[in-house]
Design a protein around this ligand. Structure first.
Ligand SMILES: Cc1ncc(COP(=O)(O)O)c(C=O)c1O
Length: 388
């Protein structure tokens, strides 16, 4: 067996989601807030376009890194919404943002090259770096400063072996967006270290609250050539099961990733790409979903913040509540287990994202509103019971 696989842990989110599913078989009242799955249906016009293409016989290999109309739609979206100028011929349609990240990391890293991950971080970056023969370097952001990016933390993590820095805003798990002043710090860092590529994972970029704006590093002209932007349709248009994502990269990275693509995927499904093209005509549906997430965020965090010993900052984007606990010295894992057993609510321990310095958990608020309210009240009741 490939010895690199020994170092890779199974995906913690999938482990908890599977566990919730098992529990629900014997106790259907168990609520899973462990995954990152919108409860909305994919907008009808997208599904109808795919069905139409399917019945028209659009069911064969589609040579190339994506159908022209989808790549053109992505290029336009990146230009108009994110300020990223990327020709269509450097845009690749991939099976989810996850696969785009996999291809980019494998295209860039050689054995022993270092890739910096900002912690807390999504669970898959580290295993993908390991699979590519790279060395993950965890730059720990500080919860006391609300996980602000600083020059010090980046400089401490970088070495002459660093080839990649991965960022993810809006962030899973913390819900933070990238602010202009932090983007300035990143830009200067990249200018100081010309051997480093930046992978910007923006899969939650359409889910932002309070009228805020996320900054896309690919829009910074001085470093744009070294920024690879990854995005997709899973989260923003409720298309998780379609496995539709994309990357925008410079020519060199694109060509490397495309070699891997050709020899692993061949191509994406044509009729599903035809469906995805319609996503660019779904601005109203996207906004409707976003505003419901905002309402759920306010309700969910409002209830949690009314519990003594529990603190939750208002997420600026994505659909996760990052919740701190100061309860009888309990650790992240202990609280997670306690809530599972006593509230029937499944969340993720902060340690799954590399946060070891404070007791915390991540809950998804992409579930139905009533279920979410029920979950928050059950969490409250279970924690209050600890004081009795
Ligand atoms: C931060 C982050 N990046 C990428 C992905 C991959 O999403 P998909 O492959 O469905 O586009 C996820 C999914 O949970 C995520 O949370």
């Amino acid at each position: 067996m490939n010895h690199r696989l020994d170092q890779m842990k199974p995906s913690a989110s999938l482990v908890f989601m599977t566990r919730a599913k098992e529990m629900q078989k014997t106790d259907p009242s168990v609520i899973s807030l462990a995954g990152g799955e919108p409860d909305f249906a994919t907008p009808d016009r997208i599904s109808m376009a795919a069905i139409r293409s399917l019945s028209e016989g659009y069911t064969h290999y589609v040579v190339g890194p994506g159908i022209p109309e989808l790549r053109a739609g992505i290029a336009k979206k990146l230009r108009e919404e994110n300020g990223i100028i990327c020709d269509e011929d450097r845009i690749m349609v991939t099976p989810g943002g996850k696969n785009a990240i996999y291809l980019v990391i494998h295209a860039i890293l050689n054995d022993g090259d270092e890739a910096i991950i900002l912690n807390p971080a999504w669970v898959s970056y580290e295993p993908i770096i390991l699979a590519a023969g790279g060395v993950p370097v965890h730059a720990k952001l500080d919860y006391k400063t609300d996980y602000r990016i600083t020059e010090e933390v980046l400089e401490k993590a970088v070495s002459d072996k660093t080839r990649l820095l991965i960022i993810n805003y809006p962030n899973n798990p913390t819900g933070r967006i990238l602010h202009e002043d932090e983007a300035d710090i990143l830009e200067k860092f990249l200018l100081r270290h010309p051997q480093v590529y930046l992978l910007s994972d923006e899969v939650y970029e359409r889910i932002i609250y309070d009228g805020n704006r996320n900054v896309s590093m690919g829009a910074r002209a001085s470093v744009a050539e070294r920024v690879i932007t990854v995005n997709g349709f899973s989260k923003s248009v409720a298309m998780t099961g379609w496995r539709m994502g994309y990357l925008a990269a410079n020519k060199e990275v694109f060509q490397g990733a495309y070699k891997l693509y050709q020899h692993s995927l061949s191509c994406m499904s044509g009729f599903m790409q035809k469906g995805a093209v319609e996503a660019f005509n779904c601005q109203r549906e996207i906004e409707d979903m976003r505003s419901i997430y905002e309402m759920r965020r306010n309700m969910f965090t409002g209830i949690l913040n009314s519990i003594p010993g529990v603190r939750c900052t208002l997420p600026e984007g994505a659909f996760y509540a990052w919740v701190y606990y100061d309860i009888k010295g309990m650790s992240s894992a202990e609280i997670c287990e306690y809530l599972l057993e006593n509230a029937g609510v499944v969340g993720m321990p902060g340690t799954a994202y590399g946060e070891e310095s404070v007791a915390c958990m991540r809950f998804s608020f992409a579930n139905a509103t009533e279920e979410l309210e029920d979950a928050a009240n059950r969490i409250k009741k279970a924690i209050l019971a600890l004081d009795k």
